[in-house]
Design a protein around this ligand. Structure first.
Ligand code: TXA
Ligand code: MG
Length: 322
């Protein structure tokens, strides 16, 4: 199969929507990372996502829709879910809610669950595409399973060229880490995966602490992700106070750990210590350091506040035993 690179303009969006409505696979930019989209109502289209990514089955996928009305048709929102949706959509938040009686997201996309993960992305081309498709679109990150998430069309093609119908090229994504996932199934909302909306912003809105589901991030309740999901080829060493010989260095902030001068390569996520900038650069910096062939990537400490929680979550996965 030849993968088309479509310009993110009206013509490209129209073509991408046709492909999706015809059951094909299109990677498209969102504000977080590029998603690999398929018509969520067609199991044979959704099955092609798993095949292209070589993703283990039975992971529920996030269904993307173009606004709150479309989301309300798919899921049953309690008061908390509604407040979160109104405050953070469109944007990098996914809500897991009970599937509505008329939910058209197919069983395969929901991994057989009676809940559904819904998100309204804010990226203008994602929204234009979703409006043109006029159906929910399932879209995990557009990378092969176990690889680093893509933040540009070139990353997508590096992993999936020849395996998908098209990529809508919208340049670099803004946020750089995936959406925050909040489950609104029980009495209390729970954080299933830290991401682009900081926990603090959600807690401030709801006026309560968000319980994290231990060991999930993307695990059991949010089924599906292996601990080593975000894995470069190089070993990843966290909280590095010094850089050892043979290592590449991933830095944060104005101060460099000792030994940085002899690093195989060094990249700074944000010299000013700006966590939003760091999140946006995270995956592309990991890819670039990995490409140097260094045996290990040493990562300087990153604060656990705001977007730092999502950054550290992704880095912990990249560092996990595999
Ligand atoms: O930023 C993002 O969220 C990106 C972009 C493309 O939108 N998408 C993304 O999708 O990361 P995906 O399919 O990789 O996220 C799947 C995760 C699952 O592993 C699970 O954690 C959660 O979403 N999820 C989806 N539906 C769920 C459900 N019904 N119950 C529990 N977790 C669910
Ligand atoms: Mg992913």
């Amino acid at each position: 199969m030849v993968t088309q690179r479509l310009a993110a303009d009206e013509g490209g969006v129209t073509r991408a929507a046709e492909i999706l409505r015809g059951g094909g696979l299109v990677a498209f930019p969102t504000e977080t990372v590029y998603g690999l989209g398929a018509d969520a109502t067609r199991p044979e289209a959704v099955a092609r996502i798993y095949a292209a990514k070589e993703r283990p089955r039975f992971n529920p996928l996030i269904a993307h829709v173009d606004g709150l009305p479309a989301a309300l048709a798919q899921g049953t929102f309690d008061g908390t879910a509604r407040r979160l949706a109104e405050a953070f959509w469109p944007g990098p938040l996914t809500l897991v809610v009970p599937a509505a009686p008329g939910c058209t997201v197919c069983d395969l996309a929901r991994a057989g669950l009676d809940s559904v993960g819904l998100r309204v992305p804010s990226h203008p081309f994602a929204r234009a595409l979703l409006a043109a498709v006029a159906r929910p679109v399932s879209a995990p990150s557009a990378n092969r399973s176990g690889r680093v998430s893509p933040t540009s069309a070139d990353h997508v093609l590096g992993d999936l060229d020849g395996r998908i119908d098209a990529v809508l090229d919208g340049g670099e994504t803004q946020v750089g880490v995936e959406s925050t996932i909040v489950s609104c199934l029980g009495d209390a909302p729970r954080l299933l995966r830290p991401g682009g909306v900081p926990r603090e912003a959600i807690e401030a809105l709801l006026g309560r602490r968000l319980e994290s589901v231990p060991g999930t991030g993307d695990g059991p309740l949010a089924p599906g992700m292996l601990a080593s999901h975000y894995a470069p080829r190089a070993r990843v060493r966290l909280d590095a106070a010094e850089i050892r010989p043979g290592e590449a260095a991933l830095l944060f902030g104005p101060h460099s750990p000792s030994g940085t001068e002899r690093a195989v390569a060094a990249l700074n996520l944000s010299e000013t210590g700006d966590l939003a900038e760091a999140a946006a650069r995270l995956f592309s910096c990991l890819r670039r350091l990995d490409a140097t062939g260094a045996e290990a990537i040493a990562v300087a400490p990153i604060p656990e506040t705001g977007l730092g929680e999502a950054i550290n979550d992704r880095l912990a996965r990249a560092a996990a035993e595999r």
